[in-house]
Design a protein. Structure first.
Length: 34
């Protein structure tokens, strides 16, 4: 913001999956491998 850059935001209906735990990582790997 200090450099005059613009930040855009949008309201969405669903949250993207986060990868915060080893279980989340395994789930993400499964999703991406299909």
């Amino acid at each position: 913001l200090e450099a005059g850059m613009r930040i855009d935001a949008e309201i969405v209906q669903s949250l993207p999956p986060g990868v915060d735990t080893p279980e989340d990582l395994e789930r993400a790997r499964t999703i991406l491998s299909t």
